[in-house]
Design a protein around this ligand. Structure first.
Ligand SMILES: NC(=O)c1ccc[n+]([C@@H]2O[C@H](COP(=O)([O-])OP(=O)(O)OC[C@H]3O[C@@H](n4cnc5c(N)ncnc54)[C@H](O)[C@@H]3O)[C@@H](O)[C@H]2O)c1
Ligand SMILES: [Zn+2]
Length: 356
């Protein structure tokens, strides 16, 4: 089994990646099983696809395990759902020693992480990501969160899991659109950190049927683990992971959550950020074209109906605006992201034209 470590002192943890790892979870976690209550937090559809099988295996191996389901989509990341899960945990007899297995995509991971950080002042949890996006991004680094009517992830914490268990074979169940969205985040890692990886991804995307997911997931996890290990609290380098996200989040908000996938919005945001990087002479026209052509290999939703002023208003509210200064992520080269405080709102607005 391949292991990557997130180095955070006494909060360090492993990321295990291996095809068909899901069914090995009982043996991976057996040493941690000392009779406490375990809870799988997931979605019913995922329980049917592979969760019930995992639960049976855990039961056979003497885990005292139950499950709680969340609805599909962003509605699961609400205070209502959060409080319902907490009530169910109490009903199930959970206590401070209980451990959560977050089995799902970013939605399940974010809510479960927030339940773990707050239930009885914090209990242990493992991430078992099932979407490509969750495997390479949201399951690593401890960001947990739920939404309010005012915006996404406005309530949350940074609370690290005990481990991340990645089984690339589960991607076989995932729709092409969701895989495609996750590939946006994979491209991001190449763009901000590793030009060779970027070139490889670009080539691999020419034949999606034989895309080497295991290899790509492994490298993406390595990069995410490295960045989180260096900057857990997002004071410096971790900001680079927001490449494509300032505009991406604003697009998600403008088009409406559920209308565009997070990874799709990020892909479009990266195109704009690449264009901005070229305008500021950080990258050449050729580099920006290569970035845009690579992103265009993904099938992305139409953005002909976006409202520039609305997007700008969301950009102004972005969490990356600190003391009125927007920390925008640009590229200094393909494979080298950087934080730039000099990107004007006007330039951001102009960049949106490339999406029409
Ligand atoms: N915490 C972080 O660092 C972080 C980073 C990026 C994104 N996020 C959050 O993640 C969320 C998006 O996550 P997502 O893209 O994984 O979406 P998601 O969790 O909504 O999953 C997408 C859909 O795929 C289904 N699904 C999941 N795994 C499946 C599988 N193996 N087979 C079949 N269907 C499957 C889900 O039930 C859901 O319907 C957003 O809320 C975003 O804010 C968090
Ligand atoms: Zn993202």
């Amino acid at each position: 089994m391949k292991t990557i470590k997130v180095h955070l002192g006494d909060r360090s943890y492993p990321i295990y990646t291996e095809k068909n790892l899901l069914m090995k979870i009982p043996s991976i976690l057996s040493k941690k099983n000392i009779g406490q209550k375990w809870v799988i937090i997931s979605q019913y559809r995922l329980m049917e696809l592979f969760g019930f099988e995992l639960m049976s295996l855990l039961k056979e191996n003497e885990f005292n395990i139950d499950f709680i389901t969340l609805p599909m989509g962003e509605t699961a990341k609400s205070l209502n759902e959060y409080s319902r899960v907490i009530s169910q945990m109490i009903e199930l007899g959970c206590d401070r020693s209980s451990i959560i297995l977050a089995l799902g995509g970013g939605v399940v991971g974010d809510v479960s992480g927030f339940v773990a950080t707050s239930f009885m002042r914090g209990i242990k949890y493992y991430q078992v990501p099932t979407t490509l996006l969750a495997m390479v991004d949201s399951s690593i680094g401890g960001k947990t969160g739920i939404n309010t009517s005012e915006g996404k992830n406005l309530i949350g914490s940074i609370y690290q899991p005990q481990g991340v268990l990645v089984d690339p074979a589960i991607l076989n169940f995932l729709s092409r659109e969701e895989v495609n969205a996750g590939l946006g985040e994979v491209i991001k890692y190449g763009a901000i950190r590793d030009s060779k990886f970027f070139n490889d991804i670009s080539e691999w995307l020419d034949d999606i049927e034989s895309f080497p997911f295991e290899k790509a997931i492994y490298r993406a996890c390595e990069i995410k683990a490295e960045i989180v290990s260096l900057d857990e609290q997002e004071c410096g380098m971790r900001r680079l992971l927001n490449f494509g996200h300032t505009i991406g989040h604003a697009l998600e908000a403008n088009l409406g959550y559920g209308k565009i996938r997070h990874g799709e919005a990020v892909s479009l945001g990266m195109k704009c950020a690449g264009w901005i990087s070229e305008q500021l002479n950080f990258i050449s026209k050729t580099e920006n074209q290569f970035l845009a052509q690579t992103i265009d290999k993904l099938t992305l939703p139409s953005t002909s109906k976006i409202d520039f002023d609305s997007i700008l208003s969301y950009v102004r509210k972005d969490k990356k605006v600190r003391n009125g200064v927007l920390h925008f992520i640009v590229l200094d080269a393909l494979g080298k992201g950087n934080v730039c405080d000099k990107v004007s709102y006007d330039l951001i607005k102009q960049s949106l034209k490339i999406l029409l």
